[in-house]
Design a protein around this ligand. Sequence first.
Ligand code: SF4
Ligand code: SF4
Length: 409
Amino acid sequence: MRGFEKTLGRLRPRPSTQDPSPGSLHSPPSPRGRGQNNLETFDAAIPREGRELKAWTFFRELPKRLFQVVFRVVPYPTRPRLIRIGNPGRRSPVLVTTNYDLTVRRVRRALDGVDCWLLVAPAGGVDVWCAASGGRLTIASVISILKTTRIGELVDHRRLILPQLCATGINLFELRRRTGWAGVFGPVQAEDIPEYLRTRRKPEAMMRVPFAIRERSEMAIAMWGSLTLRYTLFPWLAFGWRVAPWFALLLALICLGVSLGCFVLPGKTFVQKAGFAALPVILGLVGSLAFLGQASPFLIVKWTVLVGLAAFLAGTAFPSYSPLWACGYSKLFYGASDLKLAIVEEQCIGCKICDLVCPVECFAAGENRKMLFVNPDICVGCGACVIQCPTDAIINQVAEDHRLQTACG
Ligand code: SF4
Ligand code: SF4
């Protein structure tokens, strides 16, 4: 990380700090003593948001928590603000997160026992990954929260720790030019932040998205909630309302199957994998009908169609609910462009920023520390490397082809 910060300082000139207007973003940390009384009053006015451990608080928040787990894709904004965690001082770290209620709660829980400031930036109430790639967590969000909270008056440094997954939306050089604050990308997982703050090092494991069983189970529930809400109407209209809860149950089984088995199920596409996940469900249903003495051809076809529909829906939706595969919904609904990346060797200065922000492991250092794009097959097309590369050495060949076609045409 130190090399990364050095590169950041070397490649772009520091913003001018001559005659900054008082309270502006570029104003240097104010010397102690000047306006100290006002500052202390302002400092004391920031509430300390501790984690409430009382049982009744947990039960009071239970419906909200369940809603956020099942309907993860629905925005759930919390108030953008500055949170004082523990007893932070003027040298304490300043972290940034998005104003998604679930994310803020998890980051606060991870930071239990750490003295720091947490800036909750306005980003439409969605998680960091979606907010950054969807254009909601941007430099404008950071400028907004820096200005409205006046955090610059409370600390003696100008360093922000941003979540790594916002690298698709916030270019660090541009952030520094516009705000005077130097940003660094922290770990992918909130649970790793205390260790990162203690060591100031980011080993490989903190840079990559693990997508472990717990996350896959959470994604299965979120996918199930969203698909049930959107698609239960069709079997209801085709086969009557009694089918609806059974269809929701089928969707739950297949979402769980494809999510937990995404690495081991056979098939090239996730529709094929979901088909394999659906096989035991079909066999179980036919067996149950036979056991009940109702295995008529009509019922077998009806339930096979319903299971097939559930598998198709789960298979097409799954990549968009996972951080390890390209999000089909981004292309379908938001017009996200295709990426086919290549590195222009002569322009690469070996700063490794691309590797630091890549959520999977697409890059490796080659000769003369030049970076190589060694794993194009696992690229999720997030664009973080393209956005952060300081020398524009990473190019999108799709855009290049299109540009050439346009120029020739
Ligand atoms: S490709 Fe760009 S970001 Fe990656 S090492 Fe080279 S210059 Fe740095
Ligand atoms: S190589 Fe692919 S996955 Fe890695 S940062 Fe670049 S676009 Fe994202």
